[in-house]
Design a protein around this ligand. Structure first.
Ligand SMILES: Cc1ncc(COP(=O)(O)O)c(C=O)c1O
Length: 403
C-alpha cells in the first residue's frame, strides 16, 4: 500500500534497519549547488546582549535558495521518484517552505510538482506561492474544490483556514487518482528525518573542528524533521552513554503536540487516509489556530521523536507567538538574520536557556538549528511590530474521533 503512495526506495528507507544509508552522488551534487555544507556560526553578539556565560552556536540552513532545511529531503525524494520514472509528485505545504523546496527539486530533476497550500498561508504568504510557480509547480489553496476531502471542509466553512492535516489528505487523494503520481511528505516520516540528518552529521564535524561539543541541542518542531536532523547524530552519543547532551524541542502553545498531546496511534492527516502512526498528537481533527509559523501547524509529531520524548531523552517547551517574535527580533538586532517564524520558537528556547545558564553561572554550550530565514515572512513581523499578533491558548484536544 505504501508503494502506491511513495517511491519504492523511500518505502525501503522508511522501514530500514540500517544505521547509515549512502547519499547518492547526484543528490550530493545538488546539495553542493544548494549551499551544503551549510555554515555553523557562533552567535557572539547575542551572547553579549544576554550577558550569558553560555556559548551559542547555530547551524544555518537558511542559505539554500528557498531559504530552509526542507531542500535536504526534497532533493532526495524527487531524485528517487525520478529514478523510478514517476511523472508528478504531489504534496502539501504550510508556510510554503516545503512546497518551494519540492518545487525547486522538481525543476532540478525534471519532475512535475503539484502543491496543496493551507489557505491561511496561501493568503498570508503570497510570495512563497509565486516562488513555487516560478519553479514551475502548480499551487492550490487547501481546502480546495479539487478533492472530496477539500469539498467537505469547504462546505463546512467556505473561509476554512486549512491545516497541514487537511492538505495532506488532499494530496493523497490526488495521488490515488493518478497512477503516474506519487506523494511526498515534508516531515514526520522516518525517511524524511533520515535525509535531514545531513545537518547533524555536518554540525558534528564542524563542532569537532572548533574543539567543542554541545551540552544542549535545540530545534523547533512542526513534524520534527529539522530538530531530528540536527539532534539525531548527537543523540547517538547520548544513547551510547558517550555524552549527556540535553535535547530541547520548541513548539507553539497553539499547537502543543509534545507538551499537551497524548502518545497514541493517530492518523497523519485530517481526512484519515494515512496509515496510523504512534505519536504524540492533539488529534487529527484539532483545529490549529492561524499562527504565523505555518510550518508548525501540525497535529502530531514524528514517531521517533515521540518515543524519545516518552523515554525522557527529549524535553519539550511551548511558547506563544508574541514571545517568539520578540526573541526573533533580538536575534535580528544582534546577529543580523531574520529567522522564519518557525525557527523563532527555537530562538526563544535558546534565549531562555542562555538566561537560565546565567542564573546558574554555568558556561554551557548550546547548539541550535536555524532552520530557515524569514525574509518571505515579513507580514508576521509587521503584525508583531504593530502590536497585532494574537496569542492563542491551546484548544481542547480533538482525540474523541481517534480510532
Ligand atoms: C523554516 C522551517 N522550520 C521548521 C519547520 C517545521 O518543520 P519540521 O518540524 O519538519 O522541521 C518548517 C516547516 O515548514 C519550516 O519551514
Amino acid at each position: 500500500m505504501l508503494e502506491r503512495l511513495f517511491a519504492k526506495e523511500l518505502v525501503r528507507q522508511e522501514v530500514s534497519q540500517e544505521r547509515f544509508i549512502r547519499i547518492p552522488e547526484e543528490v550530493r551534487e545538488v546539495y553542493v549547488r544548494l549551499g551544503r555544507p551549510t555554515p555553523l556560526a557562533r552567535a557572539r553578539r547575542l551572547e553579549e546582549a544576554l550577558n550569558t556565560p553560555a556559548k551559542i552556536y547555530y547551524k544555518y540552513e537558511g542559505v539554500s535558495p528557498t531559504g530552509s532545511h526542507k531542500s535536504n529531503t526534497a532533493t532526495a525524494q524527487v531524485y528517487y521518484n525520478m529514478m523510478q520514472g514517476v511523472e508528478r509528485v504531489v504534496t502539501e505545504t504550510g508556510a510554503g517552505q516545503w512546497g518551494s523546496a519540492l518545487a525547486l527539486a522538481g525543476a532540478m530533476f525534471g519532475v512535475k510538482v503539484r502543491v496543496y497550500m493551507t489557505r491561511s498561508s496561501y493568503l498570508q504568504k503570497p510570495y512563497r506561492r509565486v516562488l513555487m510557480m516560478l519553479y514551475g509547480a502548480e499551487v492550490y489553496p487547501s481546502p480546495s474544490d479539487r478533492t472530496e476531502v477539500g469539498r467537505k471542509f469547504l462546505a463546512e466553512d467556505p473561509q476554512h483556514p486549512g491545516s497541514l492535516g487537511i492538505a495532506i489528505s488532499e494530496a493523497i487523494e490526488d495521488v490515488l487518482r493518478d497512477e503516474g503520481a506519487r506523494y511526498c511528505l515534508g516531515s514526520v516520516l522516518n525517511h524524511v528525518l533520515l535525509h535531514q540528518t545531513v545537518i547533524g552529521l555536518e554540525a558534528k564535524k564542524q563542532m569537532e573542528l572548533l574543539g567543542d561539543y554541545p551540552d544542549i541541542v535545540v530545534g523547533c518542531v512542526g513534524g520534527g524533521s529539522n530538530f531530528a536532523g540536527l539532534a539525531y547524530p548527537f543523540m547517538e552519543d547520548r544513547l551510547k552513554g558517550k555524552a549527556e547532551t540535553r535535547f530541547i524541542a520548541a513548539e507553539p502553545r497553539a499547537s502543543p503536540t509534545m507538551t499537551r498531546g497524548i502518545y497514541t496511534y493517530d492518523y497523519g492527516d485530517t481526512g484519515r487516509l494515512t496509515p496510523l502512526l504512534k505519536m504524540h498528537t492533539v488529534g487529527h481533527s484539532y483545529k490549529v489556530p492561524p499562527i504565523h509559523a505555518g510550518g508548525l501547524r501540525y497535529h502530531g509529531v514524528a514517531p521517533t521523536i515521540s518515543i524519545l520524548l516518552n523515554h525522557g531523552y527529549v524535553e519539550a517547551r511551548a511558547y506563544h507567538q508574541s514571545e517568539v517574535f520578540a526573541a526573533a527580533r533580538l536575534f535580528a538586532e544582534t546577529e543580523g538574520i531574520v529567522v522564519a517564524p518557525e525557527t523563532a520558537h527555537a530562538v526563544k528556547a535558546v534565549v531562555d536557556l542562555a538566561r537560565e545558564a546565567k542564573r546558574a553561572g554555568e558556561p554551557v554550550t548550546i547548539l541550535f538549528n536555524l532552520s530557515g530565514h524569514g525574509l518571505l515572512d515579513l507580514k508576521g513581523y509587521e503584525d508583531y511590530l504593530e502590536g497585532r499578533l494574537e496569542d492563542y491558548e491551546p484548544r481542547k484536544l480533538a482525540l474523541d474521533a481517534r480510532p
